[in-house]
Design a protein around this ligand. Structure first.
Ligand code: GDP
Ligand code: MN
Length: 386
Protein backbone atom coordinates (compact mmCIF):
# COMPACT_ATOMS: atom_id res chain seq x y z
CA UNK A 1 0.00 0.00 0.00
CA UNK A 2 1.29 3.40 -0.95
CA UNK A 3 0.69 6.54 1.06
CA UNK A 4 1.23 10.22 0.31
CA UNK A 5 4.35 12.16 1.21
CA UNK A 6 2.51 14.30 3.78
CA UNK A 7 1.24 11.14 5.51
CA UNK A 8 4.69 9.58 5.46
CA UNK A 9 6.13 12.76 7.00
CA UNK A 10 3.63 12.56 9.86
CA UNK A 11 4.88 9.03 10.50
CA UNK A 12 8.52 10.20 10.24
CA UNK A 13 7.88 12.85 12.89
CA UNK A 14 6.30 10.24 15.15
CA UNK A 15 9.49 8.17 14.90
CA UNK A 16 11.83 11.06 15.59
CA UNK A 17 12.91 11.78 12.02
CA UNK A 18 13.04 15.56 11.48
CA UNK A 19 10.76 16.93 8.74
CA UNK A 20 9.97 20.51 7.65
CA UNK A 21 7.01 22.35 9.18
CA UNK A 22 3.96 22.23 6.96
CA UNK A 23 0.51 20.89 6.19
CA UNK A 24 -1.59 19.56 3.35
CA UNK A 25 -4.11 21.68 1.44
CA UNK A 26 -6.94 20.89 -0.95
CA UNK A 27 -7.56 24.45 -2.16
CA UNK A 28 -5.35 27.47 -2.97
CA UNK A 29 -6.92 29.40 -0.06
CA UNK A 30 -6.00 26.68 2.39
CA UNK A 31 -2.48 26.60 0.94
CA UNK A 32 -2.05 30.36 1.49
CA UNK A 33 -3.38 30.13 5.06
CA UNK A 34 -0.93 27.37 5.88
CA UNK A 35 1.95 29.41 4.46
CA UNK A 36 0.91 32.51 6.42
CA UNK A 37 1.31 30.56 9.67
CA UNK A 38 4.77 29.18 8.86
CA UNK A 39 7.76 30.78 10.55
CA UNK A 40 9.67 31.38 7.36
CA UNK A 41 9.58 33.48 4.24
CA UNK A 42 10.37 30.81 1.66
CA UNK A 43 7.96 28.06 0.88
CA UNK A 44 7.74 24.88 -1.08
CA UNK A 45 4.47 23.66 -2.61
CA UNK A 46 4.44 19.98 -3.54
CA UNK A 47 1.92 17.95 -5.53
CA UNK A 48 0.69 14.93 -3.57
CA UNK A 49 0.41 11.96 -5.90
CA UNK A 50 1.42 8.34 -5.50
CA UNK A 51 4.39 8.71 -7.81
CA UNK A 52 7.85 10.19 -7.58
CA UNK A 53 9.84 12.23 -10.04
CA UNK A 54 7.73 15.27 -9.17
CA UNK A 55 10.73 17.56 -9.07
CA UNK A 56 11.46 16.74 -12.70
CA UNK A 57 7.80 16.91 -13.71
CA UNK A 58 7.17 20.41 -12.30
CA UNK A 59 5.30 19.17 -9.25
CA UNK A 60 7.54 20.93 -6.71
CA UNK A 61 7.50 24.75 -6.59
CA UNK A 62 9.74 26.98 -4.51
CA UNK A 63 8.16 30.38 -3.80
CA UNK A 64 8.63 33.45 -1.62
CA UNK A 65 5.30 34.62 -0.26
CA UNK A 66 1.89 33.25 0.81
CA UNK A 67 0.45 34.91 -2.32
CA UNK A 68 2.85 32.93 -4.49
CA UNK A 69 1.95 29.81 -2.53
CA UNK A 70 -1.66 30.50 -3.51
CA UNK A 71 -0.66 30.82 -7.16
CA UNK A 72 1.48 27.68 -7.13
CA UNK A 73 -1.31 25.69 -5.47
CA UNK A 74 -3.88 27.04 -7.96
CA UNK A 75 -1.59 25.92 -10.75
CA UNK A 76 -0.93 22.43 -9.38
CA UNK A 77 -4.37 21.53 -8.03
CA UNK A 78 -6.51 19.94 -10.70
CA UNK A 79 -3.52 19.55 -12.97
CA UNK A 80 -2.76 16.21 -14.53
CA UNK A 81 0.86 15.91 -13.50
CA UNK A 82 3.16 13.89 -15.73
CA UNK A 83 6.47 12.79 -14.20
CA UNK A 84 9.04 10.19 -15.22
CA UNK A 85 7.19 7.77 -12.92
CA UNK A 86 3.51 8.38 -13.78
CA UNK A 87 3.47 7.17 -17.35
CA UNK A 88 2.20 9.43 -20.14
CA UNK A 89 -1.34 9.57 -18.72
CA UNK A 90 -0.12 11.40 -15.59
CA UNK A 91 -1.95 11.73 -12.29
CA UNK A 92 -4.54 14.22 -11.14
CA UNK A 93 -3.30 16.44 -8.29
CA UNK A 94 -5.98 16.79 -5.61
CA UNK A 95 -3.82 17.95 -2.71
CA UNK A 96 -0.62 19.91 -2.20
CA UNK A 97 1.80 19.91 0.71
CA UNK A 98 2.84 23.41 1.80
CA UNK A 99 6.07 23.60 3.77
CA UNK A 100 8.69 26.00 4.99
CA UNK A 101 11.56 25.76 2.48
CA UNK A 102 15.09 25.20 3.70
CA UNK A 103 18.40 25.96 2.12
CA UNK A 104 20.78 23.03 2.26
CA UNK A 105 24.45 22.18 1.74
CA UNK A 106 24.12 18.62 0.52
CA UNK A 107 21.52 16.04 -0.49
CA UNK A 108 21.72 12.40 0.65
CA UNK A 109 19.77 9.32 -0.27
CA UNK A 110 18.50 6.90 2.40
CA UNK A 111 16.37 3.88 1.58
CA UNK A 112 15.30 0.87 3.58
CA UNK A 113 13.72 -2.08 1.86
CA UNK A 114 13.68 -5.86 1.81
CA UNK A 115 16.44 -7.64 -0.03
CA UNK A 116 14.71 -10.80 -1.19
CA UNK A 117 17.96 -12.59 -1.99
CA UNK A 118 19.36 -11.97 1.47
CA UNK A 119 15.89 -12.38 3.01
CA UNK A 120 16.73 -9.40 5.21
CA UNK A 121 15.97 -5.69 5.32
CA UNK A 122 18.73 -3.63 3.78
CA UNK A 123 19.49 0.03 4.35
CA UNK A 124 21.09 1.91 1.47
CA UNK A 125 22.69 5.33 1.76
CA UNK A 126 24.46 7.63 -0.64
CA UNK A 127 25.97 11.07 -0.60
CA UNK A 128 24.82 11.41 -4.22
CA UNK A 129 21.16 11.85 -3.23
CA UNK A 130 18.56 13.97 -4.95
CA UNK A 131 16.63 13.77 -8.15
CA UNK A 132 19.14 11.68 -10.10
CA UNK A 133 19.49 8.74 -7.73
CA UNK A 134 18.21 6.28 -10.37
CA UNK A 135 21.07 7.32 -12.62
CA UNK A 136 23.55 6.98 -9.75
CA UNK A 137 22.29 3.45 -9.07
CA UNK A 138 22.74 2.56 -12.71
CA UNK A 139 26.03 4.25 -13.61
CA UNK A 140 27.95 4.59 -10.34
CA UNK A 141 26.52 1.96 -7.97
CA UNK A 142 29.74 2.14 -5.94
CA UNK A 143 28.43 5.45 -4.55
CA UNK A 144 25.64 3.60 -2.76
CA UNK A 145 26.49 1.88 0.51
CA UNK A 146 24.45 -0.99 1.85
CA UNK A 147 24.11 -2.53 5.28
CA UNK A 148 22.02 -5.67 5.77
CA UNK A 149 19.94 -5.64 8.95
CA UNK A 150 19.33 -8.97 10.57
CA UNK A 151 15.79 -8.80 11.94
CA UNK A 152 16.81 -11.07 14.80
CA UNK A 153 19.17 -8.44 16.25
CA UNK A 154 17.48 -5.40 14.79
CA UNK A 155 19.46 -2.29 13.95
CA UNK A 156 22.80 -2.33 15.79
CA UNK A 157 24.52 0.86 16.90
CA UNK A 158 27.73 0.09 14.99
CA UNK A 159 25.75 -0.17 11.75
CA UNK A 160 24.51 3.39 12.19
CA UNK A 161 28.11 4.39 12.81
CA UNK A 162 29.33 2.58 9.69
CA UNK A 163 26.78 4.32 7.52
CA UNK A 164 27.43 7.75 8.99
CA UNK A 165 31.16 7.27 8.49
CA UNK A 166 30.75 6.32 4.84
CA UNK A 167 28.77 9.52 4.33
CA UNK A 168 31.68 11.38 5.97
CA UNK A 169 29.50 12.73 8.72
CA UNK A 170 31.41 14.02 11.71
CA UNK A 171 30.75 15.30 15.23
CA UNK A 172 27.12 15.95 16.07
CA UNK A 173 26.09 15.05 12.52
CA UNK A 174 27.59 11.60 13.01
CA UNK A 175 25.55 11.08 16.17
CA UNK A 176 22.23 12.46 14.94
CA UNK A 177 22.67 10.69 11.60
CA UNK A 178 23.32 7.31 13.19
CA UNK A 179 20.27 7.84 15.41
CA UNK A 180 18.18 8.80 12.39
CA UNK A 181 19.01 5.51 10.66
CA UNK A 182 18.04 3.60 13.80
CA UNK A 183 14.75 5.50 13.92
CA UNK A 184 14.06 4.73 10.28
CA UNK A 185 14.55 1.03 10.98
CA UNK A 186 12.23 1.27 13.99
CA UNK A 187 9.59 2.82 11.72
CA UNK A 188 10.17 0.24 8.99
CA UNK A 189 9.82 -2.75 11.27
CA UNK A 190 7.02 -1.50 13.51
CA UNK A 191 4.85 -0.42 10.57
CA UNK A 192 5.63 -3.55 8.51
CA UNK A 193 6.83 -1.32 5.71
CA UNK A 194 8.17 -2.74 2.48
CA UNK A 195 9.90 0.55 1.70
CA UNK A 196 10.94 3.61 3.72
CA UNK A 197 12.86 6.16 1.70
CA UNK A 198 14.22 9.66 2.24
CA UNK A 199 15.39 11.34 -0.92
CA UNK A 200 16.69 13.87 -0.34
CA UNK A 201 17.78 13.85 3.26
CA UNK A 202 19.61 17.16 3.52
CA UNK A 203 22.08 18.89 5.76
CA UNK A 204 20.58 22.35 6.09
CA UNK A 205 22.56 25.58 5.95
CA UNK A 206 22.55 25.59 9.74
CA UNK A 207 23.95 22.04 9.87
CA UNK A 208 20.83 20.00 10.75
CA UNK A 209 19.53 16.85 9.11
CA UNK A 210 16.08 17.24 7.56
CA UNK A 211 13.97 14.84 5.49
CA UNK A 212 12.76 16.95 2.56
CA UNK A 213 10.96 14.02 0.96
CA UNK A 214 9.37 10.90 2.44
CA UNK A 215 8.14 7.71 0.92
CA UNK A 216 6.67 4.75 2.78
CA UNK A 217 5.05 1.64 1.33
CA UNK A 218 3.30 -0.75 3.69
CA UNK A 219 3.28 -4.49 3.08
CA UNK A 220 -0.35 -5.29 2.16
CA UNK A 221 -0.06 -8.71 3.77
CA UNK A 222 0.56 -7.07 7.13
CA UNK A 223 -2.26 -4.53 6.97
CA UNK A 224 -4.45 -6.64 9.23
CA UNK A 225 -1.97 -5.81 12.00
CA UNK A 226 -2.38 -2.09 11.38
CA UNK A 227 -6.08 -1.21 11.23
CA UNK A 228 -5.08 2.44 11.84
CA UNK A 229 -3.47 2.49 8.38
CA UNK A 230 -6.86 2.21 6.75
CA UNK A 231 -7.45 5.94 7.06
CA UNK A 232 -4.26 6.58 5.08
CA UNK A 233 -5.70 4.88 1.98
CA UNK A 234 -6.45 7.31 -0.82
CA UNK A 235 -9.09 5.63 -3.01
CA UNK A 236 -8.45 8.22 -5.74
CA UNK A 237 -4.97 6.83 -6.20
CA UNK A 238 -6.09 3.24 -6.54
CA UNK A 239 -7.18 1.44 -9.66
CA UNK A 240 -11.01 1.46 -9.43
CA UNK A 241 -11.32 -2.22 -10.36
CA UNK A 242 -8.63 -3.24 -7.86
CA UNK A 243 -10.40 -1.18 -5.20
CA UNK A 244 -13.71 -2.86 -6.03
CA UNK A 245 -12.10 -6.32 -5.97
CA UNK A 246 -10.52 -5.67 -2.57
CA UNK A 247 -14.03 -5.11 -1.16
CA UNK A 248 -14.86 -8.72 -1.95
CA UNK A 249 -11.42 -9.93 -0.87
CA UNK A 250 -10.66 -11.07 -4.40
CA UNK A 251 -7.05 -11.31 -5.49
CA UNK A 252 -7.28 -9.06 -8.50
CA UNK A 253 -4.37 -7.30 -10.18
CA UNK A 254 -4.73 -5.20 -13.27
CA UNK A 255 -2.33 -6.01 -16.12
CA UNK A 256 -1.82 -4.44 -19.52
CA UNK A 257 -3.33 -6.96 -21.97
CA UNK A 258 -6.84 -7.58 -23.29
CA UNK A 259 -7.74 -11.10 -22.14
CA UNK A 260 -9.79 -11.21 -18.97
CA UNK A 261 -8.94 -14.26 -16.91
CA UNK A 262 -10.89 -15.80 -14.07
CA UNK A 263 -9.11 -18.63 -12.31
CA UNK A 264 -9.23 -20.34 -8.93
CA UNK A 265 -5.96 -20.69 -7.10
CA UNK A 266 -2.95 -18.41 -7.43
CA UNK A 267 -0.72 -21.13 -8.89
CA UNK A 268 -3.25 -22.04 -11.56
CA UNK A 269 -3.78 -18.34 -12.27
CA UNK A 270 -0.06 -17.85 -12.85
CA UNK A 271 0.11 -20.94 -15.07
CA UNK A 272 -2.85 -19.55 -17.02
CA UNK A 273 -1.09 -16.19 -17.49
CA UNK A 274 1.95 -18.06 -18.80
CA UNK A 275 -0.10 -20.05 -21.28
CA UNK A 276 -1.93 -16.96 -22.52
CA UNK A 277 1.44 -15.33 -23.13
CA UNK A 278 2.83 -18.45 -24.79
CA UNK A 279 -0.16 -18.46 -27.10
CA UNK A 280 0.89 -14.95 -28.12
CA UNK A 281 -1.64 -12.84 -26.21
CA UNK A 282 -1.59 -10.71 -23.05
CA UNK A 283 -3.74 -11.04 -19.95
CA UNK A 284 -5.75 -7.97 -18.84
CA UNK A 285 -5.73 -9.08 -15.25
CA UNK A 286 -4.79 -11.64 -12.69
CA UNK A 287 -7.85 -12.86 -10.82
CA UNK A 288 -7.76 -15.62 -8.28
CA UNK A 289 -11.32 -16.13 -7.01
CA UNK A 290 -9.91 -18.42 -4.35
CA UNK A 291 -10.82 -21.86 -3.12
CA UNK A 292 -13.51 -20.74 -0.71
CA UNK A 293 -15.41 -18.54 -3.18
CA UNK A 294 -19.18 -18.88 -3.27
CA UNK A 295 -21.48 -18.04 -6.17
CA UNK A 296 -21.75 -14.43 -5.06
CA UNK A 297 -18.02 -13.82 -4.86
CA UNK A 298 -17.56 -15.51 -8.23
CA UNK A 299 -20.26 -13.29 -9.67
CA UNK A 300 -18.45 -10.18 -8.34
CA UNK A 301 -15.21 -11.34 -9.88
CA UNK A 302 -16.81 -11.99 -13.24
CA UNK A 303 -18.60 -8.65 -13.09
CA UNK A 304 -15.28 -6.88 -12.49
CA UNK A 305 -13.76 -8.51 -15.57
CA UNK A 306 -16.82 -7.66 -17.64
CA UNK A 307 -16.67 -4.01 -16.62
CA UNK A 308 -13.11 -3.66 -17.92
CA UNK A 309 -13.51 -2.09 -21.37
CA UNK A 310 -10.09 -3.26 -22.47
CA UNK A 311 -11.15 -6.90 -22.25
CA UNK A 312 -11.73 -8.38 -25.70
CA UNK A 313 -12.15 -12.03 -24.67
CA UNK A 314 -12.50 -13.92 -21.41
CA UNK A 315 -10.93 -17.14 -20.27
CA UNK A 316 -12.52 -18.95 -17.34
CA UNK A 317 -10.21 -21.64 -16.06
CA UNK A 318 -11.46 -23.54 -13.04
CA UNK A 319 -10.17 -26.63 -11.40
CA UNK A 320 -13.10 -27.70 -9.24
CA UNK A 321 -11.89 -28.68 -5.83
CA UNK A 322 -13.01 -26.72 -2.83
CA UNK A 323 -14.71 -24.36 -5.28
CA UNK A 324 -17.04 -26.72 -7.15
CA UNK A 325 -17.63 -26.23 -10.86
CA UNK A 326 -21.40 -25.86 -10.42
CA UNK A 327 -20.96 -23.12 -7.81
CA UNK A 328 -18.68 -21.25 -10.17
CA UNK A 329 -21.16 -21.66 -13.03
CA UNK A 330 -23.95 -20.27 -10.83
CA UNK A 331 -21.85 -17.21 -10.11
CA UNK A 332 -20.99 -16.66 -13.76
CA UNK A 333 -24.63 -17.00 -14.82
CA UNK A 334 -25.72 -14.63 -12.08
CA UNK A 335 -23.24 -11.94 -13.11
CA UNK A 336 -24.00 -12.45 -16.79
CA UNK A 337 -27.73 -11.86 -16.23
CA UNK A 338 -27.08 -8.35 -14.95
CA UNK A 339 -25.01 -7.15 -17.92
CA UNK A 340 -24.92 -7.59 -21.62
CA UNK A 341 -21.92 -9.68 -22.57
CA UNK A 342 -20.24 -8.38 -25.67
CA UNK A 343 -17.06 -10.44 -25.70
CA UNK A 344 -16.48 -14.14 -26.39
CA UNK A 345 -15.93 -16.44 -23.44
CA UNK A 346 -13.89 -19.62 -23.35
CA UNK A 347 -14.50 -21.97 -20.47
CA UNK A 348 -12.37 -24.78 -19.22
CA UNK A 349 -13.91 -26.63 -16.29
CA UNK A 350 -12.30 -29.62 -14.70
CA UNK A 351 -12.91 -31.45 -11.44
CA UNK A 352 -15.74 -31.69 -8.97
CA UNK A 353 -19.24 -31.35 -10.49
CA UNK A 354 -17.86 -30.49 -13.90
CA UNK A 355 -20.92 -31.87 -15.74
CA UNK A 356 -23.33 -29.93 -13.59
CA UNK A 357 -21.30 -26.79 -14.16
CA UNK A 358 -21.32 -27.29 -17.92
CA UNK A 359 -25.08 -27.91 -17.86
CA UNK A 360 -25.74 -24.69 -15.93
CA UNK A 361 -23.69 -22.72 -18.44
CA UNK A 362 -25.33 -24.44 -21.42
CA UNK A 363 -28.83 -23.72 -20.12
CA UNK A 364 -28.05 -20.11 -19.28
CA UNK A 365 -28.24 -18.77 -22.80
CA UNK A 366 -24.74 -17.29 -22.43
CA UNK A 367 -22.69 -17.82 -25.54
CA UNK A 368 -19.43 -19.48 -24.66
CA UNK A 369 -17.02 -22.01 -26.07
CA UNK A 370 -15.70 -25.00 -24.20
CA UNK A 371 -12.03 -25.85 -24.14
CA UNK A 372 -10.73 -29.34 -23.55
CA UNK A 373 -7.58 -28.54 -21.71
CA UNK A 374 -5.66 -25.57 -20.54
CA UNK A 375 -3.45 -25.18 -23.59
CA UNK A 376 -6.44 -25.51 -25.89
CA UNK A 377 -8.21 -22.82 -23.82
CA UNK A 378 -5.27 -20.42 -24.02
CA UNK A 379 -4.90 -20.90 -27.77
CA UNK A 380 -8.60 -20.44 -28.44
CA UNK A 381 -8.75 -17.24 -26.45
CA UNK A 382 -5.57 -15.89 -28.02
CA UNK A 383 -6.99 -16.56 -31.50
CA UNK A 384 -10.10 -14.61 -30.61
CA UNK A 385 -8.21 -11.39 -29.92
CA UNK A 386 -5.99 -11.69 -32.96
P1 GDP B 1 10.37 13.95 -6.04
O1 GDP B 1 11.05 14.54 -7.23
O2 GDP B 1 8.99 13.46 -6.36
O3 GDP B 1 11.19 12.90 -5.38
O4 GDP B 1 10.14 15.14 -5.00
P2 GDP B 1 11.10 15.72 -3.83
O5 GDP B 1 10.29 15.90 -2.64
O6 GDP B 1 12.32 14.88 -3.68
O7 GDP B 1 11.49 17.15 -4.39
C1 GDP B 1 12.30 17.32 -5.53
C2 GDP B 1 13.41 18.31 -5.28
O8 GDP B 1 12.87 19.55 -4.85
C3 GDP B 1 14.37 17.89 -4.17
O9 GDP B 1 15.37 17.02 -4.64
C4 GDP B 1 14.96 19.23 -3.77
O10 GDP B 1 16.04 19.56 -4.63
C5 GDP B 1 13.81 20.21 -4.03
N1 GDP B 1 13.20 20.58 -2.74
C6 GDP B 1 12.20 19.94 -2.11
N2 GDP B 1 11.94 20.56 -0.93
C7 GDP B 1 12.80 21.58 -0.82
C8 GDP B 1 13.07 22.61 0.18
O11 GDP B 1 12.45 22.68 1.22
N3 GDP B 1 14.07 23.49 -0.12
C9 GDP B 1 14.78 23.44 -1.25
N4 GDP B 1 15.74 24.35 -1.46
N5 GDP B 1 14.57 22.51 -2.19
C10 GDP B 1 13.60 21.59 -1.98
MN1 MN C 1 12.37 12.71 -3.75
Amino acid sequence: MKIHEYQAKTLFARFGIPVPEGAVAGTPDEARDIAAKLSQNRYVVKAQIHAGGRGKGGGVKLVESPEEVYEAARNLLGQNLVTPQTGPEGRLVRQVLVEAAHGYRQEFYVGLTLDRNLAQPVIMVSSAGGMDIEEVAEKTPELIFREALNPRWGFLAFQGGNLAQRLKWEGSLFRTGAALFANLYRLFSSLDASLAEINPLVVTDDGRLLALDAKINIDDNALFRHPEMEELVDPNEMDPLELEASRYKLNYIRLDGNIGAMVNGAGLAMATMDLIKQAGAEPANFLDVGGGADAEVTAQGFRIILSDERVKAILINIFGGILRCDVLAQGVVEAAKAVQIKVPIIVRLEGTNKEEGQRLLNDSGIDFAVAYDLRDAAEKVANLVR
